[in-house]
Design a protein around this ligand. Sequence first.
Ligand code: NAP
Length: 530
Amino acid sequence: MTLTGQLLIGQQTLTGDRDVIHGINPATNSPLQPAYAGGSAEHVEQACALAWAALDRYRETSLEARAEFIETIAGEIEALGDELIDRALAETGLPRPRLLGERGRTCQQLRLFARTVRAGEWLDVRVDTAQPQRQPMPRSDLRQRQIPLGPVAVFGASNFPLAFSVAGGDTASALAAGCPVIVKAHGAHPGTSELVGRAVARAVKACALPDGVFSLLYGSGREVGVALVSDPRIKAVGFTGSRSGGLALIKAAQARPEPIPVYAEMSSINPVLLFPAALQNRAEALAQGFVASLTLGAGQFCTNPGLVIAHKGPALDAFIGATTELIQRSPAQTMLTPGIFNAYESSVNALAENARARIAAVGQRATDPNQGQAHVFVTDAADFLADHTLQAEAFGAASVIVQCASDAEIRQVLEQLEGQLTATLHLDDEDLQQARALLPTLERKAGRLLVNGWPTGVEVCDAMVHGGPFPATSDSRTTSVGTAAILRFLRPVCYQDFPDSLLPTALKHANPLSLRRLLDGQRETAKNAE
Ligand code: NAP
């Protein structure tokens, strides 16, 4: 397919009239064709008008029709074949196997949401039937279902050009909820975005859905992004990226006459606790697992293990020694963009210059542009507690090991941490009591707690939580990965004393969708009618 560099506004392709961006091959710093001219406020206006016009029809599509649409998107993405992988490879520097895996994950994610849509549990139907004889007052017939919030603005992430970009988790969950989506493509991979955007637009057409169900815009976040978030027809935002970008969009959303939710995933250092017996019994194996997780994908994962916490002593020294050897052998890796590489360099330089931390290990030298070297730093709990900058996210393969003198210090370090996506516990049987004592703190701090694993590698499934207290996300009640992500884009509506003929299909007395409703306080097990 020939890339055109054009905006996709519904089924229309338009050329932007703002500054041009090119995809950049980070391995060579060379620009890629074509040029992508940014959209303007007028393009945002057109996309929002179309999305608004599509809303009422799209949100009342049958469960089957909506599920088929989402599956059609997955099929269209797969049909792009190698062209998609080749372009993503050129734009991101990510290795081919990683991109093949990410495409698989993206399509599996879409199909999982199709399954979720079909099952209809997300409608969360609740029925309290009328009690005309109730004393002293009769009870009305009350029925609740979830409806979509309205058009959603999605900001594609730089570090997942497929799974968290144009047809990634935010888009899939919003479309599943019944919300039209307008994506602001990430400037790091415009060609990949165009290919996927066109695949989604083809699915919209093939399924005979209204044009405005999907649009794709390019351009500066400060113009297109803020205009999108400020448009009164946009009712929610999905974002993955930097803390400053997320906060800017939250501010714009809150400054509107009608504020809207922004589901922003921003910054997390994912603490890993090494408990004494585990450290004593397998320091070397822990170091191997740690370095593999830390250096995976040049460390450009939101779940990267950026902080290790353990008791000071010979066992931790052994872990640091083994880690140092492995890090020193680890090759420098191409990062996603020159901007992300520069931000990583600034972060590790700041840590290197910080008198409260020392460098334990640095990876092999870079041989090509934009290659990040892995870094591990060591500090003491007292220093960590005294300097908040030691817990700033260094997006890349950098981690800080905090040596603690006592259980009390470990608890203090944990209590002082900001909100996290994950917290990991490495423990053996002898450590269980100590781990149990820390669980209430860890639950308050993180969205996902892991035992004897590593936080990178987020399963897309029903039980996943990829969220957590600020600044991991802007709303700790939700997840951006897994089927529960659909709940971000829904709100309840109650229908009181509606005649059956006027009720939405999901709420009708005969339960034509065979939903498992909460009927007069009992969760239905069989697919029955009233
Ligand atoms: P970013 O700079 O936050 O950009 C993400 C998106 O938000 C882009 O589309 C960007 O538009 C837009 N944006 C940024 N600032 C904005 C503002 N003030 N107003 C409106 N829109 C704005 O993130 P990035 O480019 O992916 O990476 C930069 C840094 O983000 C990394 O170095 C890392 O620290 C962090 N990061 C964290 C995670 C995580 O999961 N924790 C993931 C990725 C990145 P433009 O195209 O105009 O910039």
